[in-house]
Design a protein around this ligand. Structure first.
Ligand SMILES: [Fe+2]
Ligand SMILES: [Fe+2]
Length: 136
């Protein structure tokens, strides 16, 4: 099974720092998934924590600060959507660290929820602010 999430040009928000963060998020999430698929669970758990604490959380904080600075009117709504991801991450992290973890179910959720969430969030929600800021 080969799973790879990737950044594409149509995801650009016309901000080099944020585009670079988005690319990195896809790379890191793909790495975690590969470890789980390779049955390397200990590293996968570390990878998930590392992915979130080092990259995802930093990105969400950075993006929200940027939107605040730009006076983006839908910041609160955007923040709520980030929260959905944070909650799902916390749930998955807990499930992954259980002794009798259902790895197949977790892989499914990482792929279908986290990967798809990230893809559609960047393509749809992040594009909303990108378009708004371009029109300003
Ligand atoms: Fe983003
Ligand atoms: Fe976002």
């Amino acid at each position: 099974m080969d799973v790879k999430f990737q950044w594409t040009q149509d995801m650009s928000v016309h901000n080099d720092v944020i585009d670079a963060q988005h690319k990195e998020l896809f790379e890191k999430l793909s790495e975690v998934l590969q470890k789980i698929i390779a049955d390397d669970y200990d590293n996968a758990v570390d990878g998930m924590v590392n992915f979130f604490e080092k990259y995802m959380n930093g990105h969400l904080v950075y993006e929200e600060a940027y939107l605040r600075e730009m006076n983006y009117p839908h910041l609160e709504e955007h923040h709520q959507q980030h929260e959905v991801f944070v909650e799902k991450y916390n749930e998955l992290k807990e499930r992954l660290s259980e002794d009798d973890a259902n790895i197949d179910g977790i892989v499914f959720d990482i792929e279908n929820f986290m990967g798809s969430w990230l893809t559609s969030h960047i393509l749809i929600e992040d594009q909303k602010y990108a378009k708004y800021l371009q029109q300003k």
